[in-house]
Design a binder for this molecule. Sequence first.
Ligand code: SF4
Ligand code: SF4
Length: 157
Amino acid sequence: MTIEEDKRKFCEYCKQCGGKCCKGDKDSIIPLSRKEAEAIKKKYPEIKIELGRFGKGRMHFFRLNGDCLFLGEKGCVLEKKPINCEMFPLIALYRNGELEFYFDDSNHCPYTKDIQKLKDWKKETLELSKSGMKEWNEEEKLFFSALCEIIEKLKKA
Ligand code: SF4
Ligand code: SF4
């Protein structure tokens, strides 16, 4: 699957950007639900999946160390991207037992302001994220939210 073929076809900006959010340093991680981690382990047993703790949160993840291992010439090669990747630049904070969705206004995505104007993208991505996250347990939501809070803080820095 390529950036052109997947749901990001709604987003011309991702094509122009070339996947900045798929590239990172050694501290960047891609969080995975248990189901996503199992699917990747099964198909790519050589990929190192770790289990991380963040406050009361706990979630699987793999590390970006430069370009993501799943980044091909034309985009992500995974059949099903992790929700974290599908939804970005949407992020989610877990407050009072509910996930609340926001756009990332930090400089992680150069086109956040433009992407948030794409109503179809927003509607579809919100639906997809909410439905995928129904399977997440409390610890996963807390972990993911803590990561997103860091992004929020960076935005204000
Ligand atoms: S979400 Fe933003 S950073 Fe990621 S590929 Fe699209 S434009 Fe680039
Ligand atoms: S899993 Fe796919 S979408 Fe997510 S960072 Fe890696 S290449 Fe990009």
